[in-house]
Design a protein around this ligand. Structure first.
Ligand code: NDP
Length: 273
C-alpha cells in the first residue's frame, strides 16, 4: 500500500518538498505519495489529526506552523526541543515524534557538499530567529573554535546564549560589536535574502578563504552574497543544499533509506548571478 506523507504550511504553493520527496522516492524505489497541504491558520492541529486519521505516516512542517508542531508532539527529539520548533513529524502507534532537521541539513551541506569542515573554524551566524536556533547544536557538535551570533536586535542573540548555555559557548551581540573580528564561515540566517535588505556587516568580517553561506535559496545573488563578493570572498553558496539535505534526513527517518542528494540539488540549483 502507498504510504502517505505531506508538507503543511500556509502559504504552501512555493514548497519544493513534494518534488524533492517524489524524486527521492523514485530513486530509492519507495512507494510513497507526498502532497502539499495548506493548513488553515487557525486549524493546524485539526488538519494534522485528519491527516493521521486518513493514514498519514509523516509530515514536513513549514512556516507558520513550526512552533505549533512542537506543541502537538508527544515525543520531541533533542533537535526539536532545543530549537523549540519542528520541521518533521512521524506518526507511529498513536505517538507524534518530532524532529528539526534544518540545522543538520545546513551542516551536511557545508561539510559534505561544499567540503568545508567546521572543526576549529570561527563561525559567524547573522540572525537569531528560528533557523539560527536550529543550527546552533549541529554546528556546535562539529567543534568550531567559535560560534558568534550577531543580530539586529542584540537581546534576541543574548537570549540564545542563555538558552544554549548547557550545549554551546556562544558569543552574542549586535553587528557593531563585530569590529575587528574575522570569520572563516559566515552564515546569513536572517530573512534579508527575501527582503533584499543589506546587513550592517563589515568587509573585514570575512577572513581570507572564507565561506559565505546564504540560507535563503533560489534568489541568485542576494545582498549578503554581493557584500561577500565585494569583500573578496570567492566561496559562496545559497541554501538549496540545506533544503535538500534536511529533506534527505526526514526521508531516511521515515523510510530507513538514505537518498542520493546530488541529483536533486543539481535540479533545484539556481545560478548565483
Ligand atoms: P525568522 O523570522 O525567525 O528570523 C528572521 C531574522 O532575520 C531575525 O534575526 C531578524 O532580526 C533578521 N532580520 C530581518 N530583517 C532584517 C534586516 N533588515 N536587517 C537585519 N536583520 C534582519 O526567520 P528564520 O530564522 O526562520 O529564517 C531565516 C531565513 O532562513 C529565512 O529567510 C528562510 O528562508 C531561511 N531558511 C532556509 C532554509 C533552507 O532550507 N534553506 C530553512 C530555514 C530557513 P530581528 O530579530 O532583529 O528581527
Amino acid at each position: 500500500m502507498t504510504d502517505r506523507y505531506a508538507v503543511i504550511g500556509n502559504p504552501i504553493g512555493h514548497s519544493k518538498s513534494p518534488l524533492i520527496h517524489s524524486a527521492f522516492a523514485q530513486a530509492t524505489g519507495q512507494d510513497i505519495e507526498y502532497t502539499a497541504i495548506e493548513g488553515p491558520l487557525d486549524g493546524f492541529k485539526a488538519t494534522v489529526e485528519a491527516f493521521i486519521a486518513a493514514g498519514g505516516r509523516g509530515m514536513n512542517v513549514t512556516i507558520p506552523f513550526k512552533l505549533q508542531a512542537f506543541e502537538i508532539a508527544t515525543d520531541p527529539m533533542e533537535s526539536a526541543r532545543l530549537a523549540g520548533a519542528v520541521n518533521a513529524l512521524k506518526f507511529e502507534g498513536g505517538r507524534i515524534h518530532a524532529q528539526n532537521f534544518d540545522g543538520l541539513g545546513l551542516v551536511n551541506d557545508i561539510q559534505r557538499n561544499l567540503g568545508v569542515s567546521l572543526a576549529g573554524k570561527r563561525v559567524l551566524i547573522c540572525g537569531a530567529g528560528g533557523a539560527t536556533r536550529g543550527a546552533i547544536l549541529p554546528i556546535a557538535m562539529q567543534k568550531p573554535a567559535l560560534i558568534a551570533i550577531a543580530n539586529r536586535t542584540a537581546d534576541k542573540a543574548h537570549g540564545l546564549k542563555r538558552d544554549f548555555a548547557a550545549h554551546a559557548t556562544l558569543q552574542t551581540g549586535g553587528y557593531d560589536e563585530l569590529v575587528g573580528e574575522r570569520f572563516d564561515v559566515v552564515l546569513n540566517a536572517t530573512s534579508t535574502g527575501l527582503s533584499q535588505a543589506d546587513l550592517p556587516l563589515a568587509a573585514s568580517a570575512f577572513a581570507p578563504g572564507a565561506l559565505a553561506y546564504e540560507l535563503v535559496y533560489g534568489k541568485g545573488l542576494t545582498p549578503f552574497l554581493k557584500q561577500a563578493q565585494a569583500a573578496g570572498v570567492t566561496r559562496i553558496a545559497d541554501g538549496v543544499g540545506m533544503l535538500v539535505e534536511q529533506a534527505a534526513e526526514a526521508f531516511e527517518w521515515w523510510r530507513g533509506v538514505r537518498p542520493d542528494t546530488q541529483p536533486v540539488i543539481a535540479r533545484f540549483t539556481v545560478p548565483l548571478v
